[in-house]
Design a protein around this ligand. Sequence first.
Ligand code: SAH
Length: 557
Amino acid sequence: MSKPESVCVYLVGAGPGDPGLMSVRGLSLLQGADVVVYDYLSSDRLLEHVRPDAELVFVGKKGFEKHIGQDDINRILVEKARELERRMRDEAVRGVPRRAEGRCAQAVPSVVRLKGGDPFVFGRGGEEALALAEAGIPFEVVPGVTSGIAACAYAGIPVTHRGVSTSVTLVTGNEDPSKDASTLDWPSLAGLVKRGATVCFYMGVRNLSLISEKLAECGAPSDIPVALVQWGTTTRQRTCVATLETAARRAREEGIEAPAIIVVGSVAALRERIAWFEDRPLFGKRLVVTRSREQAGSLGSLLREQGAEVFELPTISIVDPESFEPLDDALSRLDSYDWLIFTSVNGVERFFDRLSGSELRFRDARALAGCRVAAIGPATAAKLRSHGIAADVVPAEYRAEAVHGALRDAGFASGQRVLIPRALEAREVLPQLLSADGGEVDVVPSYRTVAADPEHLREFASLVEAGSIDGVTFASSSAVRNLVEALGDAAGALLRRVEIFSIGPITSDTIEQAGLTVAAQAAEFTIPGLVDALCEHFTSDDRPGEEQRAGASPKGV
Ligand code: SAH
């Protein structure tokens, strides 16, 4: 049992690949972890949930130059737990307050060991638990959805099926069946298969021909269905169905490699009738979202929901201003302002973030009690409402001139003081109009927009060159302009190699002005409308023959 002052190591099953398949408890523990130890089978997208101050330790076994053995991983877990315990003790002595726990599950400082699938199913989680037990370190195990079952489910293969298969056996395919040392009971496995039962082999692709031969030799029928599911539950999932006799050749021909599950049994034939995951409209399409990181979420998740693999390429990102001094100064004198004007959702977010972290008497909506508040449009007004402020003024049109008119109608007069917290590079029209009317206007920077990250741009360029991008989406003219500008001379050549999708006519004009062609435009000029346009485009029968695009796969999937 873990004592409250102690630390805990959680062996957490990350699920088979689709980040949505991790357990609620696992996710909650991940969100609260101080240290996260992970490997190549756990989805990168799960790491987005990790606290920004958490320590990330990669112990991947694949694509990693230096091989980290299981003993090393066991040692790392013990060391990280002890290190964390020392750090906590030291901080407690110095009186450093423990951070707010938020909504995470654990009450103690923790190391989360994230493991693909289930930690105890061919995951060597048992060895890690033994090492922790031996070192006297408290630990807990959070089971995960194992790939042998999940990959089958996503391929339309129920591992048991009334009247077809009454059992499922999970087997390692890692042992060379030709060796005398094989601990597997091949005659029993072949007997199970013969009676219609399901046998799932993990880590078996390289040994597939040996596995099939051995099963056949022990009496399994050569025409029994065999399916291979590679990268199951991810947008890279590929499935191939053959028979015991043909599976090895087919897998080789189709280039199926690890990680894959081999399912032997009659249930594999059900796929023909109940496959579903690979039928999603955007399944396997590799699409780029060009919105800023703050906005990319909704479009990205809608596209993923339709089966796409999404690469986020923010053409701008929102960061802190050069200095918070002017904003802090304005916050300390909030009651001296008559008007507070917000010109974007980000402006509202940033303002309230800073306010809540301040030393002021009121660090929430009450600080605004003395001012009237204007929002440039409905989205900004909605954001204000979420902070408990009903905007006094929301103009019908989203332009500075319209805001000015609406403010005047609402009683703005000469001599009144106005605060506009926003990005400095925005248009200066509104403050000028208000000053010309005799207002005393303070524009204070609450955030800054910066251009796309050059490393992201390079990665995007190499993915396009490798033929690994199917489409690029634009949800605003500014995203088009920013991306074209950021890519510089290479923009035309790169963007002509992909299909381009636009949210509406204004954005389409900008795309065409840049010398590019719009593959499809949303009928309804919204994010869901854009997603619909993509789905329709990729599922319509009259599309020009689609070449097989192969190559590198986008990160962050
Ligand atoms: N603990 C993991 C298994 C780790 S062993 C679990 O419970 O799923 C590694 C093997 O798991 C791979 O060789 C492959 O056979 C299988 N595997 C892991 N992820 C997979 C996936 N997304 N699709 C298909 N097979 C997968």
